[in-house]
Design a binder for this molecule. Structure first.
Ligand SMILES: [Zn+2]
Length: 155
């Protein structure tokens, strides 16, 4: 079933708009750090979205949970595969949403986990590292992100 679902996603066009993974953060609040140097041998393959520890992280797309796991840089991470086979990578999670499993279908209302400082974010202000990977490598998520909350004109 998992592979059939994933195969179907590959036949669909990639999403051109992504929902902000943190509900109350606006796109304007993100300082663009795409491809900023990280150490001597890396560049930042994503965007950092700052929020208090424990802020729920919502999936930016519909898709299927592809990986849940820990690595040295990302700490606790969740990866979702979306339309077009794109991989959406959520890192530095304080904890995972209870009960999530590889193969679960997700929507933009699904909580994946909570903002933290795991991996190489230890000692930094809590943030979500959000990456988008195509078959040919990482792309900048920022132009694709859209605010969740309509910002009402001030009275
Ligand atoms: Zn980052």
């Amino acid at each position: 079933m998992f592979y059939a679902r994933v195969a179907r996603l590959y036949t669909q066009q990639p999403d051109t708009k992504l929902a902000m993974p943190l509900e109350d953060v606006s796109k304007r609040a993100i300082a663009d750090t795409w491809q900023a140097p990280r150490g001597t041998d890396r560049h930042h393959e994503g965007q950092d979205i700052f929020a208090p520890r424990g802020t729920p992280i919502l999936s930016a797309t519909r898709g299927i949970i592809y990986n849940i796991g820990e690595n040295n840089l990302g700490g606790q991470t969740v990866s979702v595969i979306g339309s077009g086979g794109r991989i959406y990578y959520y890192a530095h999670l304080d904890s995972y949403a209870r009960g999530i499993e590889v193969g679960d279908r997700v929507t933009t209302r699904t909580v994946l986990g909570y903002v933290g400082t795991t991996g190489n974010a230890q000692g930094t202000p809590p943030h979500l590292h959000f990456g988008v990977y195509t078959a040919t490598g990482a792309i900048n998520p920022l132009p694709l992100l859209t605010d969740r909350t309509a910002h009402r004109p001030s009275a």
